[in-house]
Design a protein around this ligand. Structure first.
Ligand SMILES: [Zn+2]
Length: 234
């Protein structure tokens, strides 16, 4: 069993509680992982245990796995371990993953509706939109799938290798967050803090979209405004 730093364990517990507090992981849903370097070339994966509520998670609820998915301590890992492993394999820059079932964003996944309408500048800046992605592709001649909002991966049985492969392909294409049809949402980033902020921002988009739909007509920004926002990145 590799030596895992106390700091890494504390970090995963902190962000698990933040996710629960933000109502992203009701009940015992959702899971969270963090890569922890053990040698110069290899990392262990710390992953929340199977059936644990992230809000009540303690150090004894952290499973430790090697890069092949073998469990190195006596904790049963979340059943979504394959999805976490596949995303890490396909995106070496990602070191932290949070998977959530928050009702507003999951509603989009239930309706098989991607999040790509140009309604909020901050969201367009961070995740793009369908139109912005296409316009930038035309201008640059690059098929940049990561600029088209939050895509929705086809439904596959939770915990299955099919789901892991389906979802991780979107990460391979450059997305940092992916909806999972009839299931939920997953985000990956270099740190748990960054992954949490991605999810919080998506959750805000989903809530705003619902409230705006209820309130009246949704006004989208036009292509020119969208491109100006994307160009803010320089
Ligand atoms: Zn799930």
């Amino acid at each position: 069993m590799p030596k895992i730093s106390k700091k890494a364990a504390q970090e995963i517990l902190y962000w698990a509680k933040r996710a629960y507090g933000a109502k992203m992981v009701p009940g015992t849903s959702g899971n969270i992982s963090l890569l922890c370097p053990v040698t110069k070339t290899d990392s262990a994966m710390l992953l929340s245990a199977s059936g644990v509520c992230l809000g009540d998670m303690e150090a004894r609820d952290i499973a430790v796995l090697n890069s092949e998915g073998k469990v190195l301590n006596n904790v049963k890992p979340s059943s979504e371990k394959l999805m976490h492993l596949e995303i890490y394999k396909k995106r070496p820059d990602i070191k932290a993953i949070i998977h959530i079932h928050c009702p507003y964003a999951t509603s989009f996944a239930v309706c098989h509706k991607e999040m790509n309408e140009p309604i909020l500048p901050e969201f367009i800046y961070n995740f793009g939109t369908a139109q912005a992605g296409a316009a930038i592709d035309n201008a640059t001649n690059i098929d940049n799938k990561a600029l088209r909002g939050i895509p929705s991966a086809k439904y596959a049985l939770p915990s299955s290798i099919e789901l892991a492969q389906e979802v991780s392909e979107y990460f391979k294409a450059g997305n940092n967050a992916v909806l999972m049809e009839n299931h939920g949402l997953v985000a990956g980033a270099p740190t748990l803090k960054a992954a949490f902020y991605i999810l919080e921002s998506i959750q805000a988009y989903a809530k705003t979209y619902f409230a705006a739909k209820f309130l009246g007509e949704i006004h989208t920004l036009n292509e020119e405004e969208v491109l100006k926002i994307k160009n803010l990145k320089g």
